[in-house]
Ligand binder design. Structure first.
Ligand SMILES: NC(=O)c1ccc[n+]([C@@H]2O[C@H](COP(=O)([O-])OP(=O)(O)OC[C@H]3O[C@@H](n4cnc5c(N)ncnc54)[C@H](O)[C@@H]3O)[C@@H](O)[C@H]2O)c1
Length: 262
C-alpha cells in the first residue's frame, strides 16, 4: 500500500483526489492538509464519516513519519514551501498545483536530487492534454506560426495556465524563435495580443462553467491546423494522478510532465 497525504483537500482538485485515494485498492490515506480545515479528523465531516484520518491545518502539525507520497493541489503561493517540506521529510511529491517559477522548480529539483527522492510536477494530469502537447510539438516543426488559447473556470489564480506555458516551451524546443504578427502592430487596448513567449502569443480566457481547455492554432499559407482538448470533469485528471502515486517512488529525481512516467 502506498501511504498518501493530500494537501489542499478542501479545494476542488484536493477533494476529488481525496476520494480517489480512499477508493483506490493500493493506496492508504494517512493525512490531509489544508489551512481552511477546522476539524482534527476527516470523520468529523459527513462526507468522510468513518475515516479516522488526521487533518492538519499547519505544516508543522503533519505527521510525516508514515507517508510515502504527498499530493499537492494547493495554490501558486504555497506549493513551493509545501513541496520543499515534503522532500525534506523524505516524501515523494506528486504536484498538480501550477504557478511555480522556473527558478523554484530548479531549486526543488536540486534538493530532490541530493536527497534521491522521486517526484513529479505535472501541469496537467489529463491524457488529452499530454497528447495535445505532443501533437502540438510535432506540428510546430512544419507550422512555426502558432497561437495558444487556454480556457479555464474563473476561480483560477494563475495565468497563463501551466499547460499553456508547457505547450509553448515544448513548441519552442523545435521552432526557430520568431516574432509573430505585423512588426508595426499596435495594441489599442493593452493586452489585446496576449502574453508573448518567444514571439508566440498566449491568450487566457476565464469563464464560469469551464473546467480546463486548450486550443493550439497553427496558420500557414492557405491552410490552418487547430488542436484542441477539453477537460470537462475533474475526475478526468485522476487516472494520471493515480499512475503518478503508484510509480513515483521508482524514481530518484523530480520530473516535470506526466509523459515521463506514462
Ligand atoms: N495538474 C492538473 O492536472 C491540474 C488540474 C486542475 C487544477 N490544477 C491546479 O491545482 C491547483 C488547485 O486547483 P483547485 O481548482 O483545486 O483550487 P481550489 O482553490 O479549489 O483549492 C485549493 C485549496 O488549497 C488550499 N491551500 C491554500 N494554501 C495551502 C497550503 N499552504 N497548504 C495546503 N493547502 C492550501 C486552499 O485552502 C484550497 O482549499 C491550482 O494551481 C490549479 O491550477 C492542476
Amino acid at each position: 500500500m502506498v501511504k498518501v497525504i493530500v494537501a489542499g483537500f478542501k479545494g476542488r482538485m484536493g477533494n476529488t483526489t481525496t476520494h480517489m485515494v480512499i477508493e483506490h485498492k493500493n493506496f492508504e490515506l494517512v493525512g490531509v492538509f489544508d489551512p481552511r480545515a477546522t476539524e482534527k479528523l476527516l470523520s468529523e465531516s459527513n462526507e468522510f464519516s468513518g475515516l479516522d484520518v488526521p487533518v492538519a491545518s499547519k505544516l508543522e502539525d503533519i505527521d510525516t513519519n508514515s507517508a510515502d507520497v504527498w499530493v499537492d493541489f494547493t495554490s501558486p503561493s504555497s506549493v513551493y514551501g509545501n513541496v520543499k517540506f515534503a522532500i525534506e521529510h523524505g516524501i515523494s511529491p506528486v504536484v498538480g498545483t501550477t504557478g511555480m517559477t522556473d527558478d523554484q522548480v530548479a531549486e526543488l529539483q536540486k534538493i530532490a536530487l541530493t536527497k534521491k527522492i522521486g517526484g513529479l510536477i505535472a501541469p496537467n494530469f489529463g491524457i488529452s492534454a499530454v497528447l495535445l502537447m505532443q501533437f502540438a510539438q510535432q506540428a510546430a516543426k512544419y507550422f512555426p506560426n502558432v497561437e495558444i488559447i487556454e480556457m479555464h473556470h474563473d476561480n483560477k489564480l494563475d495565468a497563463p495556465s501551466g499547460t499553456a506555458i508547457n505547450t509553448a516551451k515544448l513548441i519552442a524546443e523545435v521552432r526557430t524563435p520568431k516574432e509573430q504578427g505585423n512588426p508595426e502592430e499596435k495594441e489599442t487596448l493593452a493586452g489585446a495580443r496576449g502574453a508573448n513567449y518567444e514571439g508566440m502569443h498566449i491568450h487566457s480566457v476565464r469563464l464560469p462553467g469551464y473546467v480546463a481547455h486548450e486550443q493550439v492554432l497553427f496558420g500557414s499559407e492557405g491552410e490552418a491546423l487547430t488542436i484542441r482538448q477539453d477537460s470537462f470533469d475533474r475526475s478526468s485528471f485522476m487516472s494520471g494522478v493515480a499512475v503518478a502515486i503508484e510509480k513515483i517512488q521508482d524514481h530518484d529525481e523530480l520530473l516535470v510532465g506526466l509523459e515521463h512516467i506514462l
